[in-house]
Write a protein that binds this ligand. Structure first.
Ligand SMILES: O=C(O)C(=O)/C=C/C=C/O
Length: 502
């Protein structure tokens, strides 16, 4: 984070809860359905606006528009023209930075600095990075000596996969939606986006940007709604969809995979996690405390890459627990426009019930509560919001639900370990395999942890440090495939080999 909330022009909480109705965006047009659901701001549960739920007809219209656009002006653009247009999208997003921040804050209540310095700039960067990358990626060719004499040459060609369904989550709405839309469009595909019902605003606002910069109609479509028996299911089941990319819970991933099986559509998944944070006695303790505090509590613990299991080498365990406790208790909860706020609410009352259910389960299982474990008294209208205390437990066995199930809240369990073999075994003993953060100043320890942890992303002496050229995704039940850099090409293009006998 580069700036505290006080140095940024924050939309006041009342401005955030403006009348912000969200319509579907199909073939370049705003589409109302009259089937409305409420969008509420988790800061104080105030009404942000009404959202028009898309039905089968709207989803079909969106997929049809996306298919038509593939063969229309969009499909006829050169790679350079397409990439130039994506740069214009990114530039227009940054010109409307304040609007995207306000929209993100209205839906999520996240701290202003996090929206302003991370989510919105990354949302724009996701277009530029892939546009620039794909301009310069070679394909392969092989000169062949044919066994019965003569020669041949083989070369490969990439073409867009087609119409991509983008089903995206509510935790980092703009960042995670454009993490998929950026490469999808850079590769020449068209998209139908189904944002989470909790966070419709930024995907809708991006429709204005696409239209204003001249992205042809049907290239970017947005359909609002829920999962089962709603837009999510209608979209992933639609036979006109050529590929599905999804970030969210593993259970939903399984349902989407079942839908994708009909018609054998490929999927790209980033799913759940139960990520370990591992601190060795030789770690830089200040850096480790800062890193684990961020990986546990940033975005109110609602980051798929976040830490929910902390393992600390025994000689420094007590000191580490004391310092992490102090860090958690120093977090400032409040609305985005309040100076110094470092933690917002959970995304919704429903999600808060889930997280508080785990808070109760931890107590029932006999956890020692180091700090937190309940609901903060905000003392004003904020008490209507979805607030929970940052929480640290210890004393539970690895078999406990708290150590196996993803909570997705501002909480972690902390336990001591004695050997590197032990902590590798305990860290890997989970169905998930998304991310890990390891803190050590011993080079061989660092490389061994990187090699032996069963995850897709292993950060050493860092967390959420992102180079968008790298492979990004989860192992085991944390995902299928990798996106990021050239890895996104594998999902967003079809690769063909052409063999010519010379
Ligand atoms: O940083 C990224 O590109 C990304 O995908 C982050 C994912 C976070 C999920 O909660």
């Amino acid at each position: 984070m580069t700036a505290s909330a006080s140095t940024l022009e924050a939309p006041a909480a009342t401005q955030i809860a403006a009348d912000r109705d969200c319509r579907n965006f199909i073939a370049g047009q705003w589409v109302e359905t009259g089937r409305l659901f409420e969008n509420r701001n988790p800061i104080d549960n105030s009404l942000v606006g009404q959202v028009h739920e898309a039905g089968r007809a709207e989803v079909d219209a969106a997929v049809t528009a996306a298919r038509k656009a593939l063969r229309g002006p969009w499909g006829k653009l050169t790679l350079d023209e397409r990439c130039a247009l994506l740069h214009k999208v990114a530039d227009e997003m940054m010109r409307r930075h304040a609007d995207f921040v306000a929209a993100e804050l209205a839906d999520t209540g996240m701290p202003l600095a996090f929206a302003s310095n991370v989510n919105v700039p990354r949302g724009a960067a996701n277009f530029k990075v892939f546009a620039d990358l794909f301009r310069n990626v070679p394909t392969e060719a092989f000169a062949q000596d044919v066994h019965h004499g003569g020669k041949a040459i083989n070369y490969s060609l990439r073409s867009p996969r087609g119409v991509i369904a983008v089903v995206c989550p509510w935790n980092l709405p703009l960042l995670l939606m454009t993490w998929k839309v950026g490469p999808a469009l850079a590769c020449g595909n068209t998209v139908v986006v189904k944002p989470s019902e909790e966070t419709p605003s930024t995907a809708t606002l991006l429709g204005e940007v696409m239209r204003d910069v001249g992205v042809p109609e049907g290239v970017y479509n947005v359909v609002h709604g829920f999962g089962p028996d709603s837009a999510g299911a209608f979209l992933t089941e639609h036979p006109g969809v050529d590929g599905i990319t999804f970030t969210g819970e593993t259970g939903t991933g399984e349902a989407i995979m079942r839908a994708a099986a009909k018609g054998v559509r490929p999927v790209s998944f980033e799913l759940g996690g139960k990520n370990p944070g591992i601190v060795f006695a030789d770690a830089d303790l200040d850096a480790a405390i800062e890193g684990i505090t961020r990986s546990t509590f940033q975005n109110t613990g609602q980051v798929c890459l976040g830490t929910e299991r902390v393992y600390v080498e025994r000689p420094i365990f007590d000191a580490f627990v004391a310092r992490l406790k102090a860090s958690a208790e120093a977090l400032v909860m409040g609305p985005p426009d309040r100076t110094g706020v470092t933690m917002g609410p959970l995304i919704s009352q429903e999600h808060r019930r889930k997280v508080l259910g785990y808070y109760e389960k931890a107590k029932a299982e006999g956890a020692t509560i180091v700090t937190g474990g309940g609901v903060p008294a905000m003392g004003d209208a904020l008490d209507e919001g979805s607030w929970v205390e940052p929480t640290i437990w210890t004393g539970l066995p690895d078999s406990s639900a708290m150590l196996r199930e993803e909570v997705f809240g501002p909480c972690c369990h902390i336990a001591p370990f004695d050997t590197i073999d032990e902590v590798i075994g305990r860290s890997n003993a989970t169905a998930y395999g998304l991310a890990a953060t390891v803190w050590t100043q011993n080079l061989s320890t660092a490389h061994r942890m990187g090699a032996e942890l069963e995850v897709g992303i292993c950060w050493i002496n860092s967390w959420f440090l992102r180079d968008l050229r790298t492979a990004f995704g989860g192992a085991k039940q944390s995902g299928i495939g990798r996106e990021g850099g050239v890895h996104s090409l594998e999902f967003y293009t079809e690769l063909k080999n052409v063999c010519i006998k010379l």
